[in-house]
Design a binder for this molecule. Sequence first.
Ligand SMILES: [Zn+2]
Length: 338
Amino acid sequence: MFLMGLCVLGVLFLVAPQLNAGEPTPGVIDLHVDISYRSLYQGKAFTEGSGQFRAGDLRAGGISGVVLPLYVPLDAEPEGRGEFQLERSYAHVFSSILAAPPYSLPGCGIHRAGGQVRRVETWLAFEGIGSLPTDEATLRNWMVRGLRIFGLIHTHHNRIGTSSGHRAHGRGLSASGRETVERIFSLGGVVDISHSGDETTDSVLSIAEEQGGVVVATHSNARALAPHPRNLTDQQIRRIAATGGVVGVNFHQRFLQPADGRASLKDVVDQILYLKKVGGLSLVAIGSDYEGGIRPAQGLENAGKFPALAEALREAGLGEDALGQVFGQNARRVLCRR
Ligand SMILES: [Zn+2]
């Protein structure tokens, strides 16, 4: 009976975000929020961060899920960037979730943590796996622990492949990188090419096409609208869509504008519409990059602003079903596929 009461409470929690003025905001699943990094390495509270992704804003923002990367900075002390640091990030996120309603323990449809019903689903990701042992047993163990998305590379080249963060073009995916990607796909993991250089991205896509793997770009935009190496070419967008993957639109001003300048919510709307045109509606998702050192687009300063984005997309002609797909359902399809 008590358990039933909790379940009813859980339903109320799920409905509560939709009680905003005007049309309800469909549940948002954000594919990339660096709250783990911000709290573990920058000394901010997990529930507050720098103010971009406050736990207190999630209800007003309609957030129903979030992917939490276990990102380790290059200058992590004292051991440097190694497997130990990934374990430490994992332990930090796990204990932070327990102490921070409304976050649920990682996984699809769990909605529980610390003996409570929790509203916001979580999943774990890597952002750079250069220091991760990539034998099958290790990868499988991480997946059992809730790791869903394997981001291969960050801003520097690593043993897996070359990064978009270096102007000099590199060799692309290494031999061991190729083996690792094949292994991740064979285990049912999802490979994230955000931050990868073009040669690496193209090789990953070829493997996915041969093997039937799913490729995503959790926090990248279309290069046609904002020509930055972190963004994607039209061909890459189409190939990601063909694998069944998604692209999470990034809110960082620098990745939204053709030149240094101010990007606004309208530029995010333009990216969403463009990605839909090139890759189809099923491709488009959200990957704000909040708490990752970004300068967010004007009008999208924090996670409480998603209703404004929903309204702008409606005005741009997106229907409610399409909005639901872009805000959360497409991301969930990839995160919860079996
Ligand atoms: Zn990133």
